[in-house]
Design a protein around this ligand. Structure first.
Ligand code: SAM
Length: 281
């Protein structure tokens, strides 16, 4: 295995800094630097970009991102035990790694980033979906990021890229695919991590579209989708009853049979439904 930098191997870093993995922080570390470089390459050309990384841990992916030429990396880590190990990486890449010891759900990262920005992270599973939803639902579009390259448990990754008619299809797929292009780019078995999690993982790459795929008001679309999938077994004329008066007419106007179920309705149809029901709110 070729070395990607002159820093010690990750097993040694973990031992030196006694970074015993904590379950409460979702700590499953990637120790193979060739693998972390491969993940970094999935994020695209980093040389002109600031990269936001959440949860660097002992810094495997951080090193991959820097070795792949990221202009700058901003890394936000909640666990203060990791900071000395990360500081050594900052020293090896002068001026290119900024560290914040804090909770990614609370830190205002925008003040620390210069566009264009890409996000890359082996996310803590407990906060991953919440961060993704926040990044997909900003007040303004396009968002602060050009792309998101994120590790999820395989099941969540499948929900992000799911198509109508599949069990995984739902709110997350529609949210992601309305204003982004989403693909699974890498699958990883539990043994790729230390300690191995119980589930398989996958890396999803999302690219922000300049404009939504189909016009719709974000709040109305979100309400219609949430109500439709809240009772996914019900027919839409029943599950959407409370969303707008005369919902059957709106369903028909959008080309959706009122007896249809949410999991068979396409993104384009949901957007048409949001447009039709909006004026009556
Ligand atoms: N990126 C490292 C790697 O690939 O080996 C570590 C990945 S581990 C799955 C998740 C990391 O996120 C841990 O280092 C954990 O301490 C950190 N973390 C957990 N919750 C966090 C939060 N709310 N904000 C920032 N970091 C968090």
């Amino acid at each position: 295995m070729s070395a990607i930098d002159s820093l010690p191997p990750l097993r040694e870093v973990i031992e030196t800094h006694q970074l015993l993995a904590r379950k409460s922080l979702g700590q499953n570390f990637l120790l193979d630097l060739n693998l972390t470089s491969k993940i970094a390459r999935q994020a695209g050309d980093l040389t002109e970009c600031d990269v936001l990384e959440i949860g660097p841990g002992p810094g495997g992916l951080t090193r991959g991102l820097l070795a792949e030429g990221a202009r700058r990396v901003l890394a936000v880590e909640k666990d203060s035990r990791c900071m000395p190990a990360l500081a050594e990486i900052a020293e090896a890449y002068p001026g290119r790694l900024e560290l914040i010891n804090g909770d990614a759900l609370e830190v205002d990262v925008l003040a620390h980033l210069t566009p264009p920005v890409r996000v890359a992270a082996n996310l803590p599973y407990n906060v991953g979906t919440e961060l993704l939803v926040r990044w997909l639902t900003p007040k303004e579009w396009p968002p602060f990021w050009q792309s998101l390259t994120l590790m999820f448990q395989r099941e969540v990754a499948e929900r992000i890229v799911a198509q109508p008619g599949s069990k995984a299809y739902g709110r997350l797929a529609l949210l992601a695919q309305w204003r982004a292009e989403a693909n699974i780019v890498l699958s990883l078995p539990p043994e790729a991590f230390s300690p191995p999690p119980k589930v398989h993982s996958a890396v999803v790459h999302l690219t922000a579209l300049a404009e939504p795929r189909f016009p719709a008001d974000a709040a109305t679309l979100s309400r219609v989708v949430a109500a439709g999938f809240n009772q996914r077994r019900k027919m839409l004329r029943a599950s959407l009853k409370g969303v707008a008066p005369g919902i059957e007419d709106h369903l028909k106007a959008a080309g959706i049979a009122p007896t249809e179920r949410a999991e068979r309705v396409s993104l384009e149809q949901f957007c048409a439904l949001a447009r039709s029901s909006k004026p009556l709110e």
